[in-house]
Ligand binder design. Sequence first.
Ligand code: ADP
Ligand code: MG
Length: 257
Amino acid sequence: MSDINSIRPVFSVKDFNLWYGDKQVLTDISLEIPEKKVTAIIGPSGSGKSTFIKTLNRMVELAPSVRMEGGIYYKDNNIFDDAHTQVEVLRTEVGMVFQKPNPFPKSIYDNIAYGPSIHGIKDKKILDQVVENSLKGAALWDEVKDRLQANAFSLSGGQQQRLCIARALAVEPEVILMDEPTASLDPLSTAKIEDLVHDLKKDYSIIIVTHNMQQAARVSDKTAFFLNGELIEFDETERIFSNPKDKRTNDYVSGKF
Ligand code: ADP
Ligand code: MG
């Protein structure tokens, strides 16, 4: 087995702190997210998981009165240094999928073609190919190939979530952030997304926030445990679930809070 720590990081986070107004929500976070692996973020509600992943593509700045200190590097570029990292480019390379599927009120086809077309792809044949490849990448093509012009809301919740993943894939990201992507789904749809996450890590670096401990254990290579805005422990998933170093991690993964 290759040593996971020898793989170069896609993100390096160094002494990162974040406040909403006067309230500190992330404290001294340092970690390296490995490339082409699945990293799970676990922790109780309010521990800063969503805030942390929204920071990675600078979506957190859309919230009012955010203040940050410390460094976050995407492939060695400081994401807050606009001279090196344009926020639009960062958000293309670092896609996001939310808890509640949020397709556009458009056709299945247009949900996927929209991103590439605003990035300058106008040729219908190329767009057709992007739509097909993205839907295949999200394991949705076979289910929708005969109804690409149907409204996205005609799909089931699980299909809508895979459509949102396909939409993220269409702009050729490197990283996919997923914030509790199966929290609103039934067990069968959840299993399909978990299988998909497993397949996607061949080509993408994935960071998945989950409340579901079995899910973290099933899908991830590394796991970060957040508590009250602090990173308590970050290690190989197997270790976090079988032999964590910190008592608080042990208490959390064994369901004590
Ligand atoms: P989690 O995803 O782990 O449940 P969040 O990152 O959503 O945690 O929230 C962390 C803390 O930040 C919580 O106390 C939450 O109430 C607070 N918070 C989240 N978003 C905002 C915001 N836009 N303005 C002020 N406080 C916020
Ligand atoms: Mg959250």
